[in-house]
Design a protein around this ligand. Structure first.
Ligand SMILES: [Fe+2]
Ligand SMILES: [Fe+2]
Length: 314
């Protein structure tokens, strides 16, 4: 019978580290005790005066305290370094998962032109131009890639329908904001919390004509108002199975015209200012490795392609 070897588990590292710390502490105590005994013996041997004994013991105490401080400094510094490395690696893993999930949604939605890449980066650009703090801009950029993740809950026959949708089908598609919010709710992670807000509110409109709640003006969180503009502009300028791509000028004119109607005027102002950056983003996304077509590709060949820059969305 073939034996399956258990993979080594990082759980063992904690035990090793505790044993090493206990060993260092024991050696430290042993050296300190030996030092004290040796000094007492020496002072007794040379019949030192009380004043000399006190001075030597004071010097010994200072030496021990100084030595302990140096040891504690290096130990705490090493612990903080470990914590920082762990935090960075955990954040990277979360972002990678978010981006892979966004990629899965692109497969599902048959969007093979880097739509999520542009929505992520484009939303971060507008957030920066609106003067939001850098950390918030990063969060918006990292999480906006999941704005349409709820579409995985909409049936294939509707998502891939080449023609216009019926009212009933449109209503089903609109539920993607609720599916997305449900999928992302209840997380402790700021990226997923922001993604939840965006998934739920990116179809709300400034004048209250959006869905799912018909929120008016700033009742829609700023993340949702930003993604609304970037998403509509990108959708208009992209070719879809049911429509041709608008020219940049046509889409720009539409967005500007909807300032204060469908869209937040502050976001539209940032859009106008950042349009050149958004267009550069489109050029960059088009140069990315396209998703492989729906054919059987050996895993070894697929991984390097999918693991390209395409996955490093933000
Ligand atoms: Fe959407
Ligand atoms: Fe979208």
């Amino acid at each position: 019978m073939r034996m399956v070897r258990e993979p080594s588990h990082p759980r063992g590292h904690g035990g090793d580290r505790a044993r090493a710390a206990a060993w260092v502490a024991s050696v430290y105590i042993a050296v300190a005790l030996a030092w004290m005994v040796a000094m007492s013996w020496l002072l007794h041997k040379v019949k030192a005066t009380v004043a000399t004994t006190l001075s030597i013991e004071a010097a010994t105490g200072a030496l021990l305290i100084g030595g302990s401080a140096v040891l504690i400094y290096f130990y705490v510094r090493s612990l903080i370094g470990d914590l920082e490395r762990h935090h960075k690696s955990s954040l990277q893993s979360k972002l990678e998962l978010v981006n892979r999930l966004a990629l899965a949604a692109e497969y599902r939605d048959d969007l093979r032109g880097g739509h999520n890449y542009r929505i992520g980066h484009g939303s971060a650009i507008l957030a920066r131009l609106m003067g939001l703090p850098p950390e918030r801009c990063d969060l918006i950029g990292q999480s906006a890639v999941l704005h349409d993740i709820g579409k995985i809950g909409v049936p294939d026959s509707i998502i891939s329908k080449p023609g216009p949708l019926t009212d009933e089908e449109r209503e089903i598609v609109q539920r993607h904001v609720l599916y997305g919010a449900h999928l992302l709710e209840g997380s402790d992670s700021p990226v997923i919390q922001t993604a939840h807000t965006i998934a739920l509110t990116h179809h709300e409109r400034w004048d209250g004509s959006g869905y799912p709640y018909g929120l008016v003006g700033e009742k829609t969180p700023v993340e949702g108002r930003i993604v609304a503009v970037v998403d509509v502009f990108d959708a208009l300028t992209s070719k879809r199975p049911y429509k041709a791509a608008w020219t940049v000028e046509e889409a720009r004119a539409f967005v500007l015209d909807q300032s204060g109607k469908l869209f937040d005027p502050a976001v539209v102002a940032a859009f106008e200012e950042g349009l050149a950056e958004l267009l550069a983003l489109r050029e960059k996304s088009e140069a990315l490795v396209p998703l492989p077509e729906a054919e059987i590709v050996p895993t070894g060949a697929l991984v390097p392609k999918v693991g390209s820059e395409r996955l490093r969305v933000v």
